[in-house]
Design a protein around this ligand. Structure first.
Ligand code: ADP
Ligand code: MG
Length: 256
């Protein structure tokens, strides 16, 4: 068994409007796979059914051979399906390393010991996670002063503390400058290679997708129209029809 995730005939409809329509695919262990498609194609809806945020209208999701369709988000997360969360609110006033320590306390079920002494806990382990995302030198800075790209790397470090076997990243580089986007995805690719974790991500920047993804899936109006390597997807007539005929994704790639 080499698939970490398998999705079969997944469907989500809202009052007759079909957002995701009979999608089937798999993600292999240690694979970095992209899900692309125009705005409104159904990418986020698809992700939310994988994490348990949305219940599918039809179809099934298997994680590491176990059916997880309709399970609660926390249960799915505990099994090893991670996702990145935005750092907001009070977490912004905490330091970089404190945010990672909090995540580690939660992972080790030690949040009850939260208090002044708690900050000694897991500091060393937290440093290792910061090192993985090249943020160790910013460990004691408050999150509120971090550059946007650094904040995204911290969010990645926090997601990794739960040691996910599959990490789902919905538009991880949104709002970032092109060079920062490439750097973040390079970091993700390194983590996939070094730690054997699988990653499924959505992304608008085609340079990032074609440079880093092992395989690419294309969703259009809720339907999967391609699933293959960069060459196969580029040369797929249905994909060309969607993106060359007035679409923006390949135009952006050509302009870059
Ligand atoms: P993407 O992430 O690819 O941009 P989404 O998954 O967010 O697309 O949305 C897919 C389609 O489903 C869109 O047309 C969107 O308007 C619709 N949609 C998403 N959520 C809901 C909802 N709660 N109720 C009705 N329609 C929705
Ligand atoms: Mg989306």
């Amino acid at each position: 068994m080499t698939d970490i995730l398998r999705v079969e005939d997944l469907k989500k409809s809202y009052d007759g409007f079909v957002a995701v329509n009979g999608v089937s695919f798999s993600v292999a262990k240690g694979e970095l796979k992209a899900l692309i498609g125009p705005n409104g194609a159904g990418k986020s809806t698809c992700f939310n059914m994988l994490t348990g945020q949305l219940r599918p209208t039809k179809g099934d999701v298997w994680f590491d051979g176990e059916k997880i369709t309709g399970r609660k988000p926390r249960e799915i997360w505990r099994k090893g399906v991670g996702r990145t969360f935005q750092i907001t609110g009070t977490y912004q006033s905490m330091t970089v390393i404190e945010n990672v320590q909090m995540a580690l306390m939660s992972h080790h079920h030690k949040l009850f010991s939260f208090g002044p002494r708690a900050w000694k806990l897991y500091r060393e382990e937290a440093f290792e996670f910061l090192d993985t995302v090249d943020l160790a030198d910013q460990a004691d800075r408050p999150c509120s002063v971090l550059a946007y790209g650094d904040l995204k790397r911290l969010e990645l470090a926090i997601a990794l503390t739960h040691r996910p076997r599959l990490l789902l990243m919905d538009e991880p580089t949104a709002g970032m400058a092109p060079t920062a986007r490439v750097a973040l995805m390079q970091l993700v690719a390194d983590i996939v290679r070094d730690q054997g974790v699988s990653v499924l991500f959505t992304e608008h920047d085609m340079d990032v997708v074609f440079a880093h993804a092992h395989h690419i899936m294309v969703l259009n109006r809720g339907e999967l129209i391609a699933d293959g390597d960069a060459n196969a997807v580029r040369n797929n007539p249905r994909v060309q029809e969607v993106y060359l005929g007035g679409g923006t994704l390949f135009k952006e790639a050509a302009d870059a």
